[in-house]
Design a protein. Structure first.
Length: 182
């Protein structure tokens, strides 16, 4: 918990640890039904969604969710002119609590849904849970790693004080590991 907020992340990566293709886009090959169901259930329980400017969940009720969009283009907080339920947020100028309060939320689960910079930012803040799905049969050569290049996912999680739970199967294509603080 960070104050009155629980920080939970959801990500799916390819078998080789990539979250996006060489252009930075989330590939269709990583959009798998079993993971989408798990992801949707998690977001349905969240008070606020946190994402990068190119991320999103693309569901029919996406526009109904409160969300923070991380950016360095503003000093602290700014309304999203296209979505009254969203705020642009620069963590260098406003705390998570201030950003959530700007949307009228004082407590609950913050669901982090990416991209790589957002996941990395919260890796430094601290996660209460990180649900990492892996598309076991998909490879994304030349893609974008979840936490950047230079270390494996396991090394990044361990350095942040997270340890893996048992591998779960969502179906024959997707495995899931819940990473939690040690």
């Amino acid at each position: 918990m960070r104050g009155s907020f629980r920080i939970v992340a959801y990500a799916i990566v390819s078998a080789d640890g990539m979250i996006a293709d060489e252009t930075g886009k989330h590939p269709e090959s990583l959009k798998l039904e079993a993971d989408e169901r798990f992801f949707t259930r998690g977001l349905d329980q969240a008070a606020i969604i946190v994402q990068g400017r190119n991320s999103g969940e693309g569901q029919t009720n996406s526009g109904e969710r409160l969300r923070l969009i991380l950016t360095r283009r503003i000093p602290d907080l700014a309304p999203d002119p296209d979505n009254p339920k969203a705020r642009f947020w620069n963590p260098a100028g406003a705390s998570l609590e201030e950003a959530c309060a700007a949307l009228g939320c004082g407590a609950g689960t913050v669901a982090v849904i990416g991209g790589p910079g957002v996941y990395s930012y919260f890796l430094g803040v601290g996660y209460d849970d990180f649900y990492l799905s892996r598309a076991d049969k998909v490879r994304v050569p030349g893609g974008t790693p979840l936490f950047g290049r230079g270390r494996t996912l396991e090394q990044a999680f361990a350095a942040a004080g997270l340890e893996p739970g048992p591998v779960q199967r969502l179906d024959d294509q997707v495995s899931l590991i819940e990473w939690t603080p040690q």
